[in-house]
Design a protein around this ligand. Structure first.
Ligand code: 13P
Length: 254
């Protein structure tokens, strides 16, 4: 972690969860303070259909609620899409933009992602901007160049430490049980901090950089101990309160 940056432990439920999952959310909300102490923030990004109810369940806990995507426009003829204003209206304080699954499944470009971040800010919502290299790009030695390009294209110049969070998620580490080495994560995050500084100046020093990709209770302490890793974005392991809370515990000093 980076001294003086308050870590964020964020869950991304992806396309999982119905009203039957609200008990798990309740357990996350009730257990977070005991697990993480008061030195970290918690967040669960649920499917849009659950945001309202999740806000009710988590409202009085230290865990916030987020969405997983938003449209760039405030309203309009965009069947099936959801505006950032609608997420905020349901109780979301954050929204993930540019997740690799959106970039792949919906062919979202860096410019689309930047427009969605701007939309989040228009609605008063924090944008969690995701980026990361594919396996092919890593094997070709292109990781740092890809990250430079993605920061330049996906992060608007108006980003601040308050309105933006950057999540480094190597695509090949998502849902695979594989993680980069500690050295590789440290290198990627130091590079991201430097690239972000070129884009937004001093604000970059206080902006949270999350690591995502196969974070589990068993590897969380090692990943979170890396300089410039200011929290985690957790997929599969965020669906179970015990695992999410186990990861949250890793933000505490030993
Ligand atoms: O994509 C992710 C979070 O956004 C990571 O997913 P997993 O933790 O399941 O690898």
């Amino acid at each position: 972690m980076t001294p003086a940056i308050r870590p964020l432990i964020a869950g991304n439920w992806k396309m999982h969860g119905t009203s039957a999952s609200l008990g798990e959310l309740e357990a996350i909300g009730e257990g977070f303070a005991a697990a993480a102490g008061d030195g970290a923030d918690g967040l669960i990004c649920v499917p849009a259909t659950l945001i309202s109810r999740a806000s009710g369940v988590l409202g009085s806990t230290p865990v916030s609620v987020g969405g997983q995507d938003c449209h760039a426009a405030e309203s309009g003829a965009h069947t099936g899409d959801i505006a950032a204003e609608m997420l905020a209206d349901c109780g979301a304080s954050h929204v993930i933009v540019g997740h690799s699954e959106r970039r792949t499944d919906h062919r979202e470009s860096d410019a689309d992602v930047a427009a969605k971040a701007q939309a989040a800010w228009r609605a008063g919502v924090v944008a969690i901007i995701c980026l990361g290299e594919t396996r092919r790009q890593r094997e070709a030695g292109e990781t740092l160049a890809v990250l430079s390009r993605q920061v330049a294209g996906s992060v608007p110049a108006e980003a601040t430490a308050e309105n933006a969070v950057i999540a480094y998620e190597p695509v090949w580490a998502i849902g695979t049980g594989l993680t980069p080495t500690t050295k590789d994560v440290a290198e990627a995050h130091a590079h991201l901090r430097a690239e972000l500084e070129k884009k937004i100046g001093e604000e970059a020093k206080r902006t949270r950089l999350l690591y995502g990709g196969s974070v589990k209770p068993a590897n969380a302490r090692e990943l979170l101990s890396i300089l410039n890793v200011d929290g985690a974005l957790i997929g599969g392991a965020s669906l179970k309160a015990a695992d999410f809370l186990g990861i949250s515990e890793a933000t505490r000093p030993t």
